[in-house]
Write a protein that binds this ligand. Structure first.
Ligand code: HEC
Ligand code: HEC
Ligand code: HEC
Length: 90
């Protein structure tokens, strides 16, 4: 029984690491940002806007690059949060 549970947990873990999580928490001192990766993937239908050319993988954001990328698109599209407290949640 224990073995079956361990195997199930392991396969779930492998599935989870094969691609990004549905929601990704981006840590920030002034309140973590919950990024709905799956929802963005589905609505934008394009990895390149965020990941650039090549195979999408780890993406390192800092304050400036994140604000430019995230807020920039929300402003252009007039959709998605642009105010601090809408992204940064304590
Ligand atoms: C709106 C921006 C955006 C779009 C569109 C997007 N991603 Fe991401 N993706 C991110 C961010 C932000 C992260 C998390 C960065 C971090 O914490 O490492 C991420 C993380 C990932 C990771 C996990 C990397 C790791 O090692 O943890 C994978 C894999 C990935 N994305 C694949 C894709 C694929 C495939 C697509 C297109 C179908 C896509 N992404 C579209 C922004 C985006
Ligand atoms: C290329 C465009 C684009 C980029 C880049 C982008 N977003 Fe969005 N985002 C959107 C759109 C469009 C919506 C509105 C979706 C809707 O209402 O269906 C949205 C909605 C959101 C929401 C509201 C919750 C939700 O899922 O609807 C959050 C939070 C968010 N974005 C965070 C981020 C963060 C953090 C980043 C950067 C890592 C980012 N976005 C990058 C287009 C973008
Ligand atoms: C669209 C979502 C979004 C909005 C709106 C937004 N931010 Fe951010 N912010 C982020 C993301 C994503 C990061 C990067 C988190 C990371 O590096 O993991 C960030 C990083 C930061 C950081 C750095 C935190 C640290 O721990 O280094 C500060 C400070 C900050 N934001 C302040 C603000 C202020 C002030 C506003 C309003 C004027 C604002 N942000 C609006 C998404 C947003």
């Amino acid at each position: 029984m224990k073995k079956i549970i361990a195997a199930a947990a392991l396969s779930l873990f492998c599935l989870g690491t094969a691609q990004a999580a549905d929601d990704i928490t981006l840590p920030a001192k002034n309140g973590n940002v919950t990024f709905t990766h799956k929802k963005h993937q589905e609505s934008l239908k394009d990895c390149k806007v965020c990941h650039g050319e090549g195979t999408p993988g780890k993406l390192t954001l800092d304050k400036d690059s994140a604000h430019k990328l995230c807020k920039g698109c929300h402003e252009t599209k007039k959709a998605g949060p642009t105010r601090c407290g809408e992204c940064h949640k304590k």
